[in-house]
Design a protein around this ligand. Sequence first.
Ligand SMILES: NC(=O)c1ccc[n+]([C@@H]2O[C@H](COP(=O)([O-])OP(=O)(O)OC[C@H]3O[C@@H](n4cnc5c(N)ncnc54)[C@H](OP(=O)(O)O)[C@@H]3O)[C@@H](O)[C@H]2O)c1
Length: 260
Amino acid sequence: MSHDPQDVALVTGATSGIGFAVARELAQRSRDVLIVADRDVEEAVQALRTHTGTAVKGLRVDLTREDGVATTAARARELGVRTLVLNAGVGVHGPFLRTPLQDELRLVDLNVRSVVHLTHALVPDLVAAGTGRIMVTSSIAATMPAPLFATYAASKAFLRSFAWSLRGELTGTGVTVTTLLPSATRTPFFREAEMEGTRIGRAPKSSPALVARRAVDGMLAGRAEVVPGLQAKMMVATAALLPQPLRTAFHSWFYEPEAR
Ligand SMILES: NC(=O)c1ccc[n+]([C@@H]2O[C@H](COP(=O)([O-])OP(=O)(O)OC[C@H]3O[C@@H](n4cnc5c(N)ncnc54)[C@H](OP(=O)(O)O)[C@@H]3O)[C@@H](O)[C@H]2O)c1
């Protein structure tokens, strides 16, 4: 693997969906990539190597665990990573009072805690080098509260606010922070969260390849926010127009079961 710091990117949650497509997009643009996930990473590593020819390394860790995050940070530092794509995330669907607390807390550990921890561990090196790109995968769910998907929407709102704040703090350092706000995208996410029977689970979705292309273009250009595709832009615009109670009701509709 090349150790030119400019060329090494860390992508979390890169074995499927948006993360895999972002890793492929970066590799196609000659970045070496370190991909992280908690199940099988080898298949994704092989697929990326075959399709791009750059150096791709995999790390299998559970990012809900503090030791998993610490291992990831140590490996990223060793490789001189200068591009961080903090993308791993899960959803927990259902009435908040009925979902298992353990699942809700795992979501917070992955979607929120691991991002804060990895950023805190790795950004000082980027600032010291005077160069770096960070992208945080939030969601259009950040723009509206979401009954039946409460903790997820809150975690994505946290990420959006965190990324914008960090961007402000890093002005002038050569390090930029980009927030990615995808709308529904064709990935295993909805199956994993057992949401295939909901309106959003059945709705038309963006392609992960398109989301990734827009995301990487925006991140490399140092843009503050990327809202990929017309559907995502319409959702963000709708959220901005509605008062909070209507925004909440509108968004809630998507998470309800769809009558067949
Ligand atoms: N799909 C959408 O409609 C959509 C829309 C907006 C935002 N997003 C966000 O996009 C991001 C990627 O989601 P996706 O749609 O691409 O879903 P996905 O295909 O299910 O990808 C999730 C990735 O996260 C990894 N992951 C899950 N738990 C992990 C853990 N404990 N430790 C380390 N890695 C873990 C998964 O690896 P394993 O399979 O090995 O667990 C997988 O690589 C998430 O943050 C999601 O919230 C998705």
